[in-house]
Design a protein around this ligand. Structure first.
Ligand code: ADP
Ligand code: MG
Length: 207
């Protein structure tokens, strides 16, 4: 039997974070406290542990539960932020999303929740540098087919990630470095880009 969409998304996201945990930690060693990979691996490990129960739920409920797991299991800033993203997205997502616009509206709720929780906005060298452009790419639905839309989302994530390099951080631990935060990729932007690519991989395979 093929995996449910929910199971495939969980597996791919967990694999992406696990495979890149060392890289995320190294990015955080440069401008933070060197725990982003550990935090994300712990959070997504908790999601993996609940994998079967989550996969049996509709996607909207699974997202909310996965978000709660991140909030409970991750001590760093990223846990509550990603937790808010998933919980708010899950709450806003219809049980059977029928259109890209419906999914985009739910993602918009999730991104708004991150901004509220983080008291942050784009331009501060955080995960929002990826999340906001990806959301905008979803909202700017030009009627293209799914492969073209997914390619736009991937490009938005990659460009957003790269845009963090010249930025000076004004939120989170990296802000303590002031100008010394310039010249490095933001770890949370990298993990967000990984999650966008993981999602796109799964959707592409299931076309
Ligand atoms: P901590 O900073 O507590 O050690 P992590 O290292 O796991 O937590 O996560 C750091 C990442 O969290 C940053 O790279 C950034 O992308 C994101 N982040 C931190 N603070 C904020 C905030 N206020 N708003 C949005 N994202 C934030
Ligand atoms: Mg850290």
């Amino acid at each position: 039997m093929t995996q449910t969409l929910c199971a495939a998304l969980i597996n791919r996201a967990v694999a992406a974070i696990t495979e890149h945990a060392t890289e995320l930690t190294e990015l955080d060693q440069a401008i933070g406290d060197g725990d982003h990979g550990i935090n994300m691996a712990r959070g997504f490990g908790a999601i993996a542990e609940q994998g079967e129960a989550l996969a049996a739920l509709p996607l909207n409920q699974a997202l909310q539960k996965a978000g709660m797991a991140l909030v409970m299991k991750v001590g760093g800033a990223s846990g509550p932020l990603y937790g808010s993203l998933l919980m708010s997205m899950g709450k806003a997502l219809p049980e059977a999303p029928a259109s890209l616009a419906g999914v985009a509206a739910a993602v918009a709720e999730g991104v708004a929740a991150v901004q509220k929780r983080g008291k942050s906005a784009p331009g501060e060298k955080t995960m929002l540098e990826v999340l906001v452009p990806v959301l905008q790419a979803m909202q700017a639905d030009d009627g293209s087919d799914l492969p073209a839309t997914l390619a736009r989302l991937r490009a938005a994530a990659d460009e957003g990630l790269e845009s963090t390099r010249p930025m000076q951080a004004t939120k989170g631990r990296a802000s303590y470095l002031g100008e010394r935060s310039v010249g490095h990729l933001d770890p949370g932007a990298r993990s967000s880009a990984l999650l966008v690519h993981a999602t796109a991989d799964v959707l592409e395979e299931r076309l």
